[in-house]
Design a protein around this ligand. Sequence first.
Ligand SMILES: [Zn+2]
Length: 349
Amino acid sequence: MFRFVSKEKVLVVISLIFLISVLASAENVRICVWEGTQKPLLESFKGKYRGQLSLVKFNGKYFVINTMDIEEYLFGVIGKEMGPSWPFEALKAQAVCSRTLIYYYKEIAAKKKAIYDVSDTIYHQVYGGITSENEALVRAVEETSNQVLAGQNDNNGYNIIPSFFHACCGGHTCSASNVWGMRSNDLVGVEDPYCNGTPFYRWSKTFNKDEISSMLGMDVSSVTISEYDEGGRAKQLEFSGKFGKKYMSAEKFRMLTINGSTTFSSSKTLPSTMFSIMKRGNDFIFNGTGYGHGVGLCQWGARTMAEEGKTYIDILKHYFPALTLMRINKSGNVSTLVPLVEPEPSKGG
Ligand SMILES: [Zn+2]
């Protein structure tokens, strides 16, 4: 039937049908598993993913999009984001966080009318398809099926709150308002004794004056911490030199050191903003703890909690004291969230 129509037109028609069908099903997620300017062979992606694979051309680029049920998507996420053989209750806590985040990213994508909801990289959540599934991961998703974290809104209803996570908080998690200026009391900082002594707990990185000057684009002679958050994390840095003084959020500076790299392990990236700065000659030595932005679930802390016999609910309560564990209905309509755990009676009464 497409004999007299150009290949491009066929592609557009297929893309439109595809987009309409996925927009109608709120329980699905659309993951971009490949993008590039050369047209790929869709066949080469088959067998690696559950759900449907589609090739979409948009703004001169090709995208391979994997559309699938959110629960099945999580089978291929939590082992990549946490570790495929981590303690089971920690995996369940990760499943709830990853599920909550995907509903949050879907909301953002819907507002932007984006052609997919998430990438398969650390910019959203790392997703590896079928090859990154195992029996425990599937069970962790199934045993927490449809459970998400939500916060109360002004109308006495509940909203999905992005339950971010990071590798290691370094002793205190960070509120979302401190690190990103998010207007939210839902993601607060908590003291965390559980990650102490875990692999990413302590680190030291050295940058010389020239490296910092080139990152900032000005001749920097001194770097100090000008503001801390309540958990002891650097909030703002002061850079000075002949130019005078320049202030920058510590998280923004950390991102400058990462500079688009998808790995945090380089000797020239700052793992977290929980650090002190020491000057030695032309070197600035950053001695720190933790790995990641510090907001929400501390994964290494969650691992210790699980090893000590805590449940995933204990873990989520510890890292998200302001949120409520709820069940989301299959339409993805957040107004129908129902509490799974009754709020504790207020203390002091
Ligand atoms: Zn921690």
